[in-house]
Ligand binder design. Structure first.
Ligand code: SF4
Ligand code: SF4
Length: 462
């Protein structure tokens, strides 16, 4: 029995040192301290018992071996007592109007006929939008977190995406090449993955995937035609370190860079499909006909979480999405609601706790039309952006699903998907190891001569 006692103590200690090493490379200082401290406590307990109690009572040996081994086994067994009771949301039975989203409303020019017409029909939105219209604005030099280099770098990437808008669609080859759906789907997926996508999936398009009317492109207000049958959706990873500086300038540069990367991939794949003789359109930042998170979810890439974003199993919400719609016959991936993720969000609420504008709701999902979901307050969120000048992303940064896709977090993710106790423990441990409200990190290279402090994020968004 002594050998099992020693082996258990050694295994626990090695695991904790391994976790500390991984955390060191992830620049998670609090986690490094936690795991190193726990490793030394483990050495102390097993070492002291070994030295001071001779011989060790049989019962104590069993306890010291049985507790860690038993807990590890308990956490990996497929025992789910909570997720199975979760009700999946019905699919939307309506289409969203793109004119109603914040990114369309921000383009309305005060005094213009479009502006007057929209707000005459939406007086409630007028009142809310008047608040952020008085603030400096996204990437504005007057914004709270302005930095001349970081902000202009982000602006350059956004501008480059905008320059790609004319290439989202185009003429297709007059000659159609017959292709086996399975083979061409595999080719396109492999190509996207090799080009930098993190995950790729295919869905058959539904009415609710399409916006009902255009809000950001001309002709403004034109009905959107549900023109294609299939969608190829993919995610690109946002750099963990860059998101780690949320809500400061690096996070908005990272968003812009990943919109650009997703845009390049979508445009080039759509171009290939048209060369093969099939219609295809890339949906890229500022030029969408479809609602990316819904399409990506139905393509099997993840679930919609509390913060209203797509949560992928490996990177959580720390991704951006690109979509190509087409009539090229593709092999469709299945989607089944991920109740374990919804269950995790029900217990977690860390994003809601850290949101500086209190835009993310606490509590359970609510009915919105015929959909069961967490509905964030887009005006509060956007108002914060117009004050900070960045797209914030504090919710993405603190989400426990946003940890890197490596062995350590992979083990936690596997357990969380199989076991309800593991979910509860993971929610609690994430707070202990990384902090319920992780400290803000100063930006790595500031050109604005400003060191940010905790209080800088306390912004009144009313
Ligand atoms: S922070 Fe927690 S509640 Fe929010 S989306 Fe992530 S897992 Fe869900
Ligand atoms: S981006 Fe920031 S303000 Fe908006 S919901 Fe997330 S945490 Fe809240």
């Amino acid at each position: 029995m002594y050998i099992f006692f020693l082996a258990t103590g050694l295994a626990v200690t090695l695991f904790l040192f391994f976790a500390a090493l991984v955390s060191y490379f992830e620049h998670e200082n609090r986690a490094v301290r936690f795991f190193l401290g726990s490793a030394f406590v483990t050495i102390l307990i097993y070492g002291l018992l070994l030295i001071s109690v001779k011989p060790l009572p049989e019962l104590l040996l069993w306890v010291m071996v049985g507790l860690p081994v038993g807990l590890a086994i308990l956490l990996i067994l497929p025992i789910d007592l909570t997720a199975r009771h979760i009700k999946p949301s019905p699919k939307p039975n309506f289409r969203f109007d793109e004119r109603d989203i914040m990114f369309s409303r921000r383009l309305l020019k005060p005094g213009s006929k479009r502006f007057e017409d929209y707000y005459r029909a939406h007086p409630r939105e007028k009142e809310l939008d008047d608040v952020w219209r008085k603030k400096p604005g996204l990437l504005s030099p007057k914004a709270r977190f302005y930095d001349p280099v970081w902000f202009n770098a982000a602006d350059s990437s956004f501008e480059t995406v905008e320059r790609m808008h004319p290439f989202v669609d185009g003429e297709m080859s007059p000659e159609t090449i017959n292709l086996d759906p399975e083979s061409i789907t595999k080719f396109l997926k492999d190509w996207l993955l090799r080009s930098g996508a993190h995950s790729v999936g295919v869905t058959e398009l539904q009415e609710y995937h399409w916006y009902s009317h255009l809000g950001r492109q001309e002709p403004y207000g034109a009905p959107v035609e549900a023109e294609h049958r299939f969608a190829l959706a993919f995610t690109v990873e946002m750099n963990k370190d860059m998101v780690g500086y949320a809500p400061f300038a690096p996070t908005v540069l990272e968003s812009a860079d990943q919109y650009l990367r997703a845009g390049i991939l979508a445009v080039k794949v759509a171009a290939l499909i048209r060369k093969l003789g099939y219609p295809a359109r890339a949906h890229i930042d500022g030029n969408y006909r479809i609602i990316c998170p819904l399409v990506a979810r139905d393509a099997g890439l993840g679930e919609i979480g509390r913060m209203g974003l797509l949560m992928t199993p490996e990177l959580g919400p720390r991704v951006r999405i690109g979509v190509i719609t087409t009539d090229l016959p593709l092999k469709v991936d299945g989607y089944s609601p991920d109740k374990t993720m919804i269950d995790f969000c029900l217990q977690c609420s860390k994003c809601a706790d850290n949101c500086p504008s209190k835009a993310i709701p606490f509590g359970d999902r609510q009915w919105d039309h015929n959909v069961l979901r967490w509905k964030i307050n887009p005006e509060a969120c956007y108002t914060y952006w117009t004050i900070s000048g960045t797209d914030c992303a504090r919710c993405i940064q603190v989400c426990p699903y946003s940890h890197p896709d490596n062995l350590l977090h992979g083990l936690v993710r596997k357990a969380v998907r199989r076991n309800s106790l593991a979910r509860t423990l993971a929610v609690k441990m994430d707070d202990v190891v990384y902090g319920r409200k992780p400290v803000l990190r100063n930006i790595p290279l500031s050109f604005g001569n400003k060191a940010y402090r905790e209080n800088d994020n306390k912004i009144e968004t009313k």
